[in-house]
Design a protein around this ligand. Sequence first.
Ligand SMILES: [Zn+2]
Length: 300
Amino acid sequence: MTKCPVCGVNFQKGDYESLAKHISQLNGKNDPFHVGFIKDYIPMDNPDSPQFPSKLKGFFQINGNSLADWMTSVFVNRFYGEKPHQFMETMQRPKKSIFLGFGVEYYFFLKQKLKSLSYVMAKTNYDDVQRFEAKIIMPEFLNDGTEGKSQFSLLFKMCETLGVNKDTIAASSPLPPTLHSVKLWSSIAESDPWIEVMTSMNPLDILYSPKIKEKGAKTFFYGEGVLTNEWIPDQAKEFLAFLSDPSRDFAFEGLKVIEKYAKELDAIESVQAVFIRSLDALDRHLIARVTRARQYEGKA
Ligand SMILES: [Zn+2]
């Protein structure tokens, strides 16, 4: 089945003509999300032109590459290409406020991530998939920082150092873009098949993978000197180092699992569509981190 990579409506397998018609109709109505999709992935002056369906099909064509390679290159182009995402730019020479913006918005992302991965475990019958997700989920629930580390425990330590404690974070709300994205991930988790739920979440870890440098990324999610910069609190360095620790880098392992089952379950097109939807949600969440940081500026 083909799905709209923006709103998720279904089309017959391989029916790029109908998908193109749907996207260009909503583009004509100035729907910002469908307009944005064309702008981001298939830039052309006139999406009503007869070339649009074949260009759209070309974008999704995997050709000689693997599905994992296709996902990697779409991800890297979107977030780490010639013009890296605003969040990555901010993190090259970070002010302290960005660590608070990052930490507080990421807290809400991480809560949803663990729910989504738990849905994958509940919905799938495959042991290897359950084991893979369990590896990511368990430390977050079991390690409170006294013995083993977790993203949650390091995030709380980082924010506490910068003046915002755990209770304040838990009692706050995410900014609207993060909330909007969390609602999308939550609705995918509840309604869609496990392979799509998995695709909506696990590949987003590419953002923190040290391997992206080999995959054509022009930069990393924090600047080269950040971990040695004496102005940056140790707790922030520890959080960043933990997120990008090669021994906990499951992003590409996850892509392999997704690829294996997308083929087996004949779900490549729906996996591609949900992947694009989820990148958009990630993009909005990353912008919220920067916006939140501005709110903290002068206070941190
Ligand atoms: Zn649509």
